[in-house]
Design a protein around this ligand. Sequence first.
Ligand SMILES: [Fe+2]
Length: 329
Amino acid sequence: MACAFLPIIDFGAYLDPASSSEKRLAVAHEIDKACRYPGMFYLTNHGVPQELWDKVRTCAHQFFQLPLEEKNKHVVASYTRGYWHVGPEEHDNRGEGIAFHPPVNCYSNGLARKADPNSPSARLPTSPDALGDQNSWPSDEFRAVTEEYLDHVLRVKDRVLEAIATSLDISNESLKRMQNTSMSATINGYPASAKGEAEQRGINLREHADSGCITFLNQDLGAASLQAQDREGVWRNVQPIPNAFVVNVGCVLNKWTGGQYIDVIHRVIHRLEKPRVSVVAFTNPPFDGIVEPLPEFAELCKGQAKYAPTTFGSFLLKQIGDYDGPLES
Ligand SMILES: [Fe+2]
């Protein structure tokens, strides 16, 4: 059964070239409403081929079943790339994952090009890539499947942002800024719980909001492990629906809209007697791009420190620094 907390939005009518502008606008308004609250929704008929939708998770299951020493070959010196593993002795953040992020070499000599050189946040590591070592792909097949999958998600992302821009009635310039985003991915593996031990475990992935613009989650079917917080602070289960993305607003989209869209807080508590895989695709602005409210929403949040301009890179690195575990759901 679906989670009544989240709306289910059929994207087919928006993607269908034969749809009327009224039908498309109706879908855009549904997305806009969901982004305002609860900041998360299901997206069906999104156009990602079924075989690829399943295969990306199958590749992940196969990788996570490898011996730890094999998986550890893909540990790299980066918080946003490579393999990690936590537990089983730890109660929180128990799980494993492998992450992929495009190159971030837009900085020279550790200084953000567009940042105020006198600002401490403008100064970054002098590594050629501000996020550390590059991706480590487990196999050619894993890479081919994941990259093809992300290409599809990228197209869905652009259409969802286009729908949002239509509903918000923002300028083409603002839409271009929103669509100037690239994809990164984290693939999470949560271990099965043995009978009787479920109550002894803590949270697998503690509460957080995603740092980027908008997130597309493809998760295994089964009992709800992902939970989202409602406006009363109550945790709501997000039951997986076959072939449906769970889409959520991240901190950047919250900021662009001056707080009109909610960067929903979520966490993972996995209690099934079988492992869970989730493939999480993020959309991120350029690393040295300034993130601030779009002109259409600047007045709404004027003077509020939360909405002060910052480079995405410095914001991301601060979030990584504030967080000692994997960032994704
Ligand atoms: Fe997340």
